[in-house]
Design a binder for this molecule. Structure first.
Ligand SMILES: Cc1cc2nc3c(=O)[nH]c(=O)nc-3n(C[C@H](O)[C@H](O)[C@H](O)COP(=O)(O)O)c2cc1C
Length: 382
């Protein structure tokens, strides 16, 4: 394990840390600059990274009065299991970059806060150990070129007690992480992708002179529709696809037998100028109907963001980078605090929007510009 790459985390929560963005600010003091650029950066010119926040901020909410909160609750059912809040932890690779305990500290926080953790294929700790600590976990699969390797990873996840499998489909090649490149980021020695050790390797693709390593190399290893069909046969666990942006892809995956989707632009880390994930949501919900669980990540930083996602058709949301910020600043305590902050913000937003339960959250929460009376504009009342 690499020990020289981060400043030691605090064993308490500083009094002035009250929001997720406070963790983002403070994390800059705990994470080495090249690593920070790898974590915080988007791709290319960061258009999508910025769009994620911009889109949430430009949706406005109404404050409503007099709803009956006697049976109020943030509880939901996902794949037959009850959750206290509509919040999960997105898969985030290489957590030992910011804390020596890495994923184990995050798992401890997930357990304490009763929040399912989606464990990355690229974790630095074996998935079995993380799953044991987290209590409730899902496993995120990065497709491996050899089918047998995927089968073994799924088997390991099932044995570890993971409750669902999520295959990430938006990153068959890495996006252009220009900020990380400029800062000279390389994965430090000692930060290992331990789940991949010993898995069967596919023969290396022979390229002809002039062949593109991206188009003929990496893309030859990307999962085909036949592979996804095969994957569906490999597990009886709920199977979700992450990184879906086009409604036609969403529909096709559901027809193939996928049980749910995670709308995501990978936190702006794959294709730059993809729309904000919240802007992708309504069309995908419409394409797959109301019965399929739909999750969303990318840019969730406030309880208001969560309510907006639910109002547009998501069942739950996931957070990515905030895990790394919390972990770097105060280890398990920091991650748990980030989750706690968001849970409280969700509750406050529901209270102020007049929504006692998640089922009460609908598009009615939104203020629309068409709601402004033309006369008011004319009279200059606004
Ligand atoms: C450092 C880092 C590592 C990530 N690793 C993975 C991964 O291993 N698998 C995956 O599907 N997504 C990965 N993601 C993407 C997240 O799962 C998630 O989609 C994204 O972070 C959500 O956006 P947010 O960071 O704005 O919350 C990673 C993101 C970051 C920042």
């Amino acid at each position: 394990m690499a020990t020289h790459i981060q400043t030691q985390a605090l064993n308490h929560i500083p009094a002035d840390v009250v929001s997720v963005s406070d963790y983002e600010r403070l994390a800059t003091e705990f994470i080495r600059r090249d690593i920070l650029e790898y974590i915080n950066g988007g791709v290319a010119d960061d258009h999508t990274l910025l769009a994620n926040r911009h889109a949430f901020n430009h949706l406005s909410l109404y404050n409503r009065i007099s709803a009956n909160f006697s049976n109020a609750s943030t509880q939901l059912e996902l794949f037959g299991r009850t959750q206290t809040h509509p919040l999960l932890l997105s898969p985030v690779a290489h957590q030992q970059l910011v804390h020596p305990e890495g994923e184990l500290a995050t798992a401890e926080a997930a357990r304490a806060m009763n929040t399912p953790m989606i464990i990355s294929t690229l974790s630095n700790t074996p998935l079995k150990e993380i799953a044991q600590k987290a209590k409730r976990s899902w496993f995120q699969l990065y497709w491996q070129p050899h089918r047998e390797a995927n089968a073994r990873l799924i088997e390991a996840a099932e044995r570890a007690g993971c409750e669902a499998i999520v295959i990430t489909l938006d990153a068959p090649v890495n996006g252009l992480r220009n900020r990380a490149q400029r800062a000279g980021f390389q994965l430090p020695t000692g930060v290992e992708e331990v789940n991949l050790t010993g898995l069967p390797q596919a023969p290396v693709q022979a390229l002809n002179i002039g062949d593109s390593i991206v188009l003929k190399g990496f893309m030859a290893d990307a999962p085909s529709m036949e592979d996804l069909h095969w994957l569906r046969q490999q597990t009886t666990l709920p199977l979700l696809a992450k990184g879906i942006s086009h409604p036609a892809d969403a529909k096709q995956l559901i027809q193939l037998g996928f049980n749910g989707l995670i709308i995501s632009n990978h936190g702006g880390r794959t294709l730059d100028t993809l729309p904000a994930s919240i802007d992708l949501l309504p069309a995908i919900r419409q394409a797959i109907g109301n019965d399929i669980p739909l999750l969303l990540d990318s840019g969730i930083r406030r309880g208001t963001d969560v309510i907006k996602a639910l109002a547009l058709g998501a069942n739950a949301v996931c957070i990515g980078r905030p895990q790394m910020w919390g972990l770097a600043v105060a280890g398990a305590l920091g991650v748990a605090h980030c989750i706690k902050i968001l849970q409280q913000e969700i509750e406050i937003t529901m209270a102020l929007c007049g929504c006692p339960t998640l089922d009460d959250i609908s598009e009615d929460v939104f203020f629309k510009h068409s709601d402004i009376k033309q006369e008011s504009i004319k009279e200059g009342n606004l």
